[in-house]
Design a protein. Structure first.
Length: 286
């Protein structure tokens, strides 16, 4: 009897299949699937591990990505609870050579944060991603401050810990591939990162940073402005609330739970915001 190709054969008579080898195709398929999944996993670093940074990290870890973080505040305890490696020293953080670095700091602190990162310790082709609520400002800053070899992806997850605490299904993720190298692995990396949001159910919206800011001034900025004005009025629920009033109270909660720095940044760093405030004032006068 001879053994060939996983089959037991006799020199005379029919072929015989060894029962032990019958499971081999299934094992191969499992290993191949696992290998494909591993190839899509990224090492993702988050700079700024406050509320929003932790919000993103939780989902990224659940999705199978390796997540690192650094921040001015010591979030070691919170990071450990999420399965994230936290680094007090940004040099140590960069020495881990993450595939992707997400800038999740406040708008007002972005320039200082970029300037404080030891970029020379990162790989030259690292993908840098911002998740700020305005887009032209970070785009211009990243292009001017980062080495030209680094890839730049500007994004805006148009939801947060409150509006996205459950499913992300149908929630908008705006993105602009500002500067992505032509090499296949760099294209695959940005696609893999964006695929994370798509697999969470996000509505993927590709548009320029300039178009985003024009549209956001008439949606996000006005929404936050009205919500904060109503918040200043101290509105409270009553025993005879209408559905419309309940919606206003939800608006107050959603907008006032965000920091004032975020709202201030929406005004300071979106050149369309002043025009929208003027339109709001004109509408009130009318």
């Amino acid at each position: 009897m001879e053994v060939a190709g996983g089959l037991c054969t006799r020199t005379r008579g029919p072929l015989q299949t060894c029962a032990l080898d019958a499971a081999m195709p299934f094992d191969y398929e499992s290993r191949a699937t696992s290998k494909i999944k591993e190839s899509k996993q990224l090492t993702i670093g988050i700079v700024g591990f406050g509320t929003f940074g932790q919000f993103l990290a939780k989902r990224l870890v659940q999705h199978g990505h390796k997540v690192l973080a650094t921040s001015r505040t010591n979030y070691q305890h919170e990071a450990a609870g999420l399965g994230v490696s936290f680094f007090r020293d940004p040099d140590d953080f960069c020495e881990e050579h993450p595939d992707v670095v997400i800038l999740a700091c406040a708008i007002l602190a972005l320039e200082k944060v970029i300037g404080s990162l030891p970029l020379q310790r990162l790989r030259r082709s690292t993908l840098i991603v911002d998740v700020l609520s305005v887009k032209q400002f970070p785009k211009q800053l990243l292009l001017s401050m980062l080495p030209p070899e680094m890839d730049v992806l500007c994004t805006h997850p148009m939801f947060g810990p409150d509006s996205g605490k459950g499913s992300w299904g149908g929630l908008n993720l705006m993105y602009d591939k500002v500067r992505i190298g032509s090499a296949g692995r760099r294209q695959a990396r940005v696609d893999s990162f964006l695929q994370f949001f798509a697999e969470q159910g996000c509505r993927m919206v590709e548009m320029s940073c300039e178009e985003h800011d024009r549209l956001a001034a008439g949606t996000q900025f006005i929404t936050h402005s009205v919500g904060r004005v109503l918040g200043e009025m101290g509105l409270e629920s009553t025993s005879i609330d209408t559905k419309g009033f309940e919606a206003l109270l939800r608006l107050v909660d959603n907008t006032n739970n965000d920091s004032f720095d975020l709202y201030y940044g929406l005004f300071m760093y979106n050149q369309n915001a002043t025009e929208e405030l003027a339109r709001l004032e004109a509408a009130f006068d009318s």
